[in-house]
Design a protein around this ligand. Sequence first.
Ligand SMILES: Nc1ncnc2c1ncn2[C@@H]1O[C@H](COP(=O)(O)OP(=O)(O)O)[C@@H](O)[C@H]1O
Ligand SMILES: [Mg+2]
Length: 258
Amino acid sequence: MTATEPASAPTSSGQGLVVLSDVNKWYGELNVLKDIDLTVRKGEVIVVIGPSGAGKSTLCRAINRLETIDRGTITLDGQPLPQEGKALAALRAEVGMVFQSFNLFAHKTILENVTLGPIKVRKKGKAEAETRAKELLDRVGVGHQAAKYPAQLSGGQQQRVAIARALAMDPKVMLFDEPTSALDPEMIKEVLDVMVDLAKQGMTMIVVTHEMGFARTAADRVVFMADGQIVEENSPEEFFTNPQTDRAKDFLSKILKH
Ligand SMILES: Nc1ncnc2c1ncn2[C@@H]1O[C@H](COP(=O)(O)OP(=O)(O)O)[C@@H](O)[C@H]1O
Ligand SMILES: [Mg+2]
């Protein structure tokens, strides 16, 4: 290795876009996040997988500070997550989040749903925000639906709008929490295709999903969580074909049966 080559493994928080160290969270007696250490580098795509109740959603919610943590640190681009106020609003804009339920505003058009954040939070002008929103809606394949209301779109289309809405804030990282699990089977692929494109374009992504096809196509790493802990971390190929722990083997045998 030459002196100019970067080290292969991140050794300091300076090298990770999102760095969690010793993150712990309790709900009462329940330790829902246990000693979580995770470094996500710029452009990396991480798939988080694991049984229900493992703490996957809590992890996502902690990263964009929808939940507080009780111990440890989370940094974004080297900065600790802000506690409150304007700095917190700014952080939320840097971390795009797509949930299982699309959470679009029912009484606003698709275009308005996508321009709202950029105008209110990023202080963009209306014309500029609309131009960018139309580009993003085209990119996710729903440009022709811009004037409609959410209820007039299918679930798959609404989820693609939710992705466009998050992208409109120019986030540094995108979090997806089971983005396809509320969708009818025929709509899952159209949403995953958009996510695969995003990954190919270099977006840093943390994706909670059990879609193995997506993990194999797009993920750099699979993180397996159970009982609030990261139990296993590996390449998708290794994780799915050669899981190391009994927890992972047991989990995979269950999801593969379906
Ligand atoms: N607001 C809350 N209050 C108390 N317990 C919670 C709350 N949210 C989640 N939990 C518990 O924390 C654990 C982890 O939940 P969650 O992060 O939603 O897991 P996952 O997304 O992996 O299914 C579960 O046992 C869940 O019941
Ligand atoms: Mg969850």
